[in-house]
Write a protein that binds this ligand. Structure first.
Ligand code: PCA
Length: 225
């Protein structure tokens, strides 16, 4: 039996949103895994997926070191960081991380970096390595609203995403990416949010498609949508 380790991170409550989808979704995935999807998928016949989760503070200085500490402890094959985008209509799949911190508001440590690189030696940007095309296909099959995003912002989410990919390029076999949740909205809403159950189903799709891609890489299913 081959074990695939997945680390998923979320952020602590943010901007006064009381139901934090990161927290609830990650809790459900850690508890139930992705068996509901993988038991009907023969590429998972001899594979066990273990999901570890960690909640991070909305802090430029602390979020990445805490995620790295979890990575060092659990040796993941896949790392999926997640955040909340209040204005998102549905799931938001992030394509790229940029080497820029430019905070419009203070973070949890009351720090507000303006126009600063995350890594002065690092490249300007990284593409995600999540198989966005196959993830979008899975979302469509489950009726989950989603958009591709080419801009994860210049706040803590983007910073975490950039640090993750900056680290992942030093590891041949690790796939890293970033997924934004919308707010939780149990009533169908034309502009904002998705029911929690759909967000859990979406996160499960992301893990399932990424593990499938990890097991059988194929450039056709890759990348930028
Ligand atoms: N969203 C913020 C930081 C934490 C979160 O969930 C952002 O977009 O950077």
């Amino acid at each position: 039996m081959k074990q695939i380790n997945v680390v998923m991170s979320g952020f602590a409550p943010y901007e006064g949103i009381d139901i934090n989808p990161c927290l609830e979704v990650l809790r459900a995935l850690e508890r139930d895994g992705i068996d509901a999807l993988s038991e009907h998928d023969e590429s998972f016949a001899d594979v066990q997926v273990q999901i570890h989760t960690v909640m991070l503070p909305v802090s430029f200085a602390k979020a990445w070191p805490m995620l790295l500490e979890t990575i060092d402890r659990t040796h993941p094959d896949i790392v999926i960081a997640t955040g909340l985008k209040r204005a998102a209509r549905g799931m938001q799949l992030e394509r790229c991380a940029t080497n820029l911190m430019d905070a419009a508001k203070p973070d949890a440590d009351n720090r507000r970096p303006r126009r600063m690189p995350i890594d002065p030696q690092g490249p300007a940007a990284y593409w995600t390595r999540l198989p966005l095309r196959s993830i979008l296909k899975a979302f469509a099959g489950h009726g989950i609203a989603a958009t591709l995003s080419s801009d994860a912002g210049t706040y803590v989410c983007n910073s975490l995403f950039y640090n993750l990919l900056n680290w992942a390029v030093t590891r041949d076999h690790v796939i890293g990416g970033f997924l934004n949740f919308p707010t939780v909205n149990e009533q169908p809403h034309p502009q904002h949010g998705l029911p929690l159950a759909q967000q859990i189903a979406a996160a499960r799709d992301v893990v399932h498609e990424t593990v499938r891609y990890y097991l059988q890489p194929s450039s056709g299913e890759m990348l930028l949508g």
